[in-house]
Structures are given as structure tokens and as C-alpha cells.
Write a protein that binds this ligand. Structure first.
Ligand SMILES: *[C@@H]1O[C@H](CO)[C@@H](O)[C@H](O)[C@H]1NC(C)=O
Ligand SMILES: *[C@@H]1O[C@H](CO)[C@@H](O)[C@H](O)[C@H]1NC(C)=O
Ligand SMILES: *[C@@H]1O[C@H](CO)[C@@H](O)[C@H](O)[C@H]1NC(C)=O
Ligand SMILES: *[C@@H]1O[C@H](CO)[C@@H](O)[C@H](O)[C@H]1NC(C)=O
Ligand SMILES: *[C@@H]1O[C@H](CO)[C@@H](O)[C@H](O)[C@H]1NC(C)=O
Ligand SMILES: *[C@@H]1O[C@H](CO)[C@@H](O)[C@H](O)[C@H]1NC(C)=O
Ligand SMILES: *[C@@H]1O[C@H](CO)[C@@H](O)[C@H](O)[C@H]1NC(C)=O
Length: 448
């Protein structure tokens, strides 16, 4: 449904809005449309494969697979939780650990269970751990984005479950929860599916597991309920005025008060050695990250853009950052000089969508700022022109939508886009923010 042509989508949206009068439906609809049109099927799947029965339980392998094209799981990593259906205990575990042993006082043998908790929370081991590893384990809880590094987009751990009750293959746990690393994910119940199959003897023999349960966890920025982390500023070769980020794009917290929410470079002291709280430089936009798009050159058959990402955090590095840009120009051939990039499929969107990320050991880490300078990574991008669509007027040359690490970056308002000398019309990029504003204005009326 997300793939409907935009106008049809709007007609349906407003028809439902006008005729339904149902605030809940509207809210669901809003949630639905604000999921992510550029990655509609993005999810993290959790697969529970029971591959062997034991005397009073089973051995299982749990795999987390990140199918998001450009949303990764970053430090401090994922946490997976569930609620056992019966009185199961995790007898042992490799490739991960349960954070709490729980009350194992009813076990008196020489070996104690790994965790007796009814609702265990599992965390990944760090890559340096040498004991109790399992295959594809121990990534410190990090999962790469699927489009960038599919091999590191999944992670597995193994566990022995005992005390499973009458059914030797157990009963699926309930209430799966995933923090990755913060809130925002909602997981479906673990359901029986076709058993996962692995191959043996170099692919000659198929070996299905005994039983497979599967859940998919979907991300919603509404549930994550975080402030925006990023804003966009624009400039062009033909207009000396820089369109800066909108003031307070990322919320103006008690800005200039004495709270540690933002800090001026000159007052930066040794005391921020405490790396646990994020400290952001005081700016008009208050965003931890700013993306600047500069339309640099207009050649006969090509045009050039300089893209710069700045990190205004004083104690946060963004490892393996990524940047997604939606722009009609990306339907043509493009080359980025200092970033890796790939084009993503764009079902139902006429613009091109390019995903950029850093080059290993060169700029895949967006370093924090310090007193002397802001942490930046930058590249120039050369784009071929499509003579039928290319224009330097109407704000066409500026991006329609930008995501940093999967989070929407706040765009300047269209009437602030850099203008051609003596022209004033600009093109309005559509965004979810607009619908949101609209709904926020009207929802209270509907709830009356
Ligand atoms: C999860 O992602 C996979 C891979 O893109 C897709 O096949 C599957 O349909 C998605 N599941 C849901 C519930 O969206
Ligand atoms: C490895 O696993 C065994 C069995 O679960 C456990 O006894 C041992 O303490 C674990 N070692 C480490 C370093 O966690
Ligand atoms: C642990 O469980 C036992 C029963 O299995 C109970 O008697 C005991 O009070 C529990 N201990 C705690 C600290 O909850
Ligand atoms: C756990 O899931 C059950 C349904 O399986 C539900 O009734 C219950 O409210 C959930 N508990 C929590 C704490 O979410
Ligand atoms: C950020 O990276 C730099 C260089 O690798 C390192 O010195 C610094 O400790 C890192 N800061 C944090 C907060 O991780
Ligand atoms: C990024 O590009 C470099 C050089 O083009 C290449 O060696 C590297 O494998 C790429 N990284 C990824 C994650 O694709
Ligand atoms: C715009 O046009 C006016 C006359 O209409 C002229 O005076 C002015 O210099 C022009 N501005 C620019 C930036 O070219």
C-alpha cells in the first residue's frame, strides 16, 4: 500500500480522514504512512531454530537478522527479551549471555542453570571474547544495515533449554522484546514456520531443523520517541546566502541554561571526560548532526554537489554512519569521490535514492567535535544531467529527503531554499512532518 502513487495515497488519506471520523484509525494510518516509505519492508527478524532434542529439553539457535536497508544497530548493541511459556530454564548458552541468573535456588546440582528467570534478557558478547562462542556470534550487539554489509547484518547465539514440560519441543516464548539499542521496535509473536534448512556435504544434503519459530520486529520512530538528531542546510554557487538549518530543528532544550544539554566550545573543560552523557555544541538548530548540501558547479552535461556531514557531539563518534538521500538527480549516473555509495530500489517513488557510507579506515567513523574543530566527513558527488528534468530553478537541485543512520533529517522550509537571483518560486518537498503537523492540529478536535 505504501507503493501507491503519491496522489492516490493522498486522496485515500483525506477521504479516510473526512469520512471515518475515527481518531484511532487515523492514528494507525498516520503510523502506517510514517513507517518508512523508502524501506517499507525493513524489519529485524528473530528466528528460534530447535535443532536437537535432549533428555528434558532442547538445543536451539537464535538468529537476529537485520533486513533494514540503512538502519543499523549501534553501540551499546541489541538486547533481546522474552517470557517463557512454562517453567523453562536456560541451562547453558554460547555466543551471548543472559543478564541475570535469577532465582535458581531449586537447583542444587554441581552445575547451575545459566538463567532461571522467567523473563530473561539476552545480550551479545564482545568480539574479543574467546570462551563460549558459537558460530556467527559475538558482534558486541552490533548489526550492520542490510544494504551496506549483509554479512554483518545478522548474529546468532545458542542455548540449551531444560524443564520444558510435556511437549518435548517446547512452547514458543511470549512477549518478545527487542531494544536495538533503544526502544522503537515492536515484535510480532513467535510463530511456527517452515523449519530452517541448512545444507551439508557441500550442498548435497538438506538438513532441516526440528522446529522453527519466527518473529519480525518493526521499527517506528513514534515509539522510539526521540528528538530529531539531524538537520539539513543548503547553499549554491549562484547565491551567496546559505540556508541554514531551521532554528531548534532538534528541539531547543533548556538551551542556554546551566543544564548540560548543550555546551559552548569555549567552556569545554576536562570535566566532559565522562563519556556516558551526550554533550552537544550549542547551535541555533541544536542538532547533534548537520548535513550540508552545496550545489557547487553546473557543467554542460553534469553537475557537482559537495556533501558534508558535521558531528556537533563532544563525546560521541558515529561508527559506520550512513546517509540516505532522495533526489531526482540520482536516477542518473552519479559518482561520489570520498564515500562508498549504492542506489536503492525506489518502488513507487520517482526520485532516485542513494545510500552513502564511509570508506573503511578513512572516513567510516564520524568523529566527535572538540574545542578546536567540528567532526566532519565530506565528499563531492558528480551527477549526470537528464536534460528533460534538470533545472537550477525551483529548488530542484536540492534534496527531497535525507536520513542519517535511518533517522529523518529536518529540512529547511521550501521558501528558504537558495533562490536564483530574481526568482522566488521554489519547489516544496513533501514530508511526513507536514502530515504530522496537520494531524496534530486536527486530532484534538476528533477526540472531543
Ligand atoms: C521482513 O523483511 C524481509 C526481507 O526484506 C521481508 O521478506 C519480510 O516480508 C519482512 N517482514 C515483514 C513483516 O515486513
Ligand atoms: C562457558 O559456559 C559454561 C557452561 O555454560 C560456563 O560454566 C562457563 O562459566 C562459561 N564461561 C564463561 C567465560 O562465561
Ligand atoms: C526462590 O525460589 C524459592 C522457591 O523455588 C523460594 O522459596 C525463594 O523464596 C525464592 N527466593 C527469592 C529471593 O525470591
Ligand atoms: C505478555 O503477553 C501476553 C499474551 O501472550 C499478554 O496478555 C501480556 O499482557 C503480556 N505481558 C506483558 C508484560 O507485556
Ligand atoms: C572517538 O574516536 C577517537 C579516535 O578513534 C577516540 O580517540 C575517542 O576516544 C572516541 N571517542 C568516543 C567517545 O568514543
Ligand atoms: C567501500 O569502498 C572501498 C573502495 O571502493 C571498498 O574497498 C570497500 O569494500 C567498500 N566498503 C564496503 C563496506 O562496501
Ligand atoms: C533583481 O532585479 C532587480 C531589478 O528588478 C535588480 O535591481 C537587482 O539587482 C536584481 N537582483 C539580483 C540579485 O540580480
Amino acid at each position: 500500500m505504501v507503493l501507491l502513487v503519491p496522489t492516490l495515497k493522498w486522496i485515500i488519506f483525506f477521504a479516510l480522514f473526512i469520512f471515518s471520523g475515527n481518531a484511532l484509525l487515523l492514528y494507525l494510518l498516520l503510523l502506517f504512512y510514517c513507517f518508512d516509505p523508502l524501506d517499507p519492508t525493513g524489519n529485524i527478524s528473530v528466528t528460534f531454530d530447535i535443532y536437537q532434542r535432549t533428555d528434558n529439553g532442547y538445543l536451539a539457535r537464535v538468529t537476529l537478522q537485520n533486513y533494514h536497508q540503512y538502519r543499523h544497530v549501534e553501540k551499546p548493541g541489541w538486547k533481546l527479551g522474552w517470557k517463557w511459556a512454562k517453567n523453562e530454564v536456560i541451562w547453558s548458552m554460547s555466543g551471548a549471555i543472559a543478564t541475570d541468573r535469577g532465582n535458581c535456588s531449586s537447583y542444587s546440582g554441581s552445575q547451575m542453570p545459566h538463567s532461571c528467570k522467567n523473563d530473561p534478557i539476552i545480550v551479545d558478547l564482545s568480539p574479543e571474547v574467546s570462551e563460549n562462542r558459537s558460530e556467527h556470534c559475538c558482534r558486541g550487539g552490533l548489526l550492520s544495515a542490510w544494504s551496506i554489509d549483509p554479512f554483518n547484518a545478522f548474529s546468532s547465539f545458542e542455548l540449551e533449554v531444560r524443564n520444558v514440560g510435556d511437549n518435548p519441543l517446547g512452547q514458543a516464548p511470549n512477549n518478545l522484546t527487542l531494544m536495538a539499542p533503544g526502544p522503537g521496535y515492536t515484535c510480532s509473536p513467535l510463530l511456527d514456520t517452515d523449519p530452517s534448512v541448512s545444507s551439508d556435504f557441500g550442498g548435497l544434503r538438506q538438513v532441516p531443523v526440528l522446529r522453527t519459530w519466527k518473529s519480525t520486529c518493526a521499527y517506528s520512530s513514534f515509539l522510539a520517541n526521540t528528538l530529531p538528531v539531524c538537520c539539513v542546510s543548503l547553499s549554491s554557487f549562484y547565491n551567496p546566502i546559505v540556508t541554514s538549518c531551521r532554528d531548534c530543528s532538534c528541539g531547543c532544550r533548556e538551551a542556554d541554561k546551566s543544564t548540560a544539554s548543550c555546551i559552548r566550545p569555549d567552556s569545554l573543560s576536562r570535566s566532559n571526560e565522562d563519556n556516558t552523557i551526550e554533550i552537544v555544541e550549542c547551535t541555533d538548530h541544536m542538532c547533534p548532526v548537520r548535513v550540508h548540501w552545496h550545489f557547487k558547479n553546473n557543467y554542460m552535461n553534469q553537475w557537482r554537489v559537495k556533501l558534508t556531514i558535521s558531528n556537533y557531539n563532544y563525546n560521541k563518534n558515529y561508527s559506520n554512519w550512513n546517509l540516505l538521500v532522495q533526489h531526482p538527480g540520482f536516477t542518473q549516473k552519479t559518482s561520489a569521490y570520498s564515500f562508498n555509495s549504492t542506489k536503492l530500489p525506489t518502488l513507487g517513488i520517482q526520485d532516485g535514492v542513494s545510500l552513502f557510507w564511509g570508506i573503511d579506515y578513512y572516513n567510516n567513523e564520524l568523529l566527535h567535535s572538540d574545542k578546536a574543530k567540528v567532526g566532519v566527513v565530506t565528499t563531492e558527488i558528480l551527477l549526470d544531467k537528464d536534460p528533460n528534468s534538470f533545472t537550477i530553478s525551483n529548488g530542484w537541485a536540492f534534496p527531497r529527503r535525507i536520513y542519517f543512520n535511518g533517522d529523518n533529517c529536518e529540512m529547511p522550509l521550501p521558501d528558504r531554499f537558495p533562490m536564483l537571483p530574481n526568482r522566488s518560486s521554489t519547489l516544496a518537498p513533501t514530508s511526513c512532518g507536514f502530515i504530522l503537523l496537520f494531524i496534530l492540529l486536527f486530532l484534538p478536535l476528533l477526540l472531543l
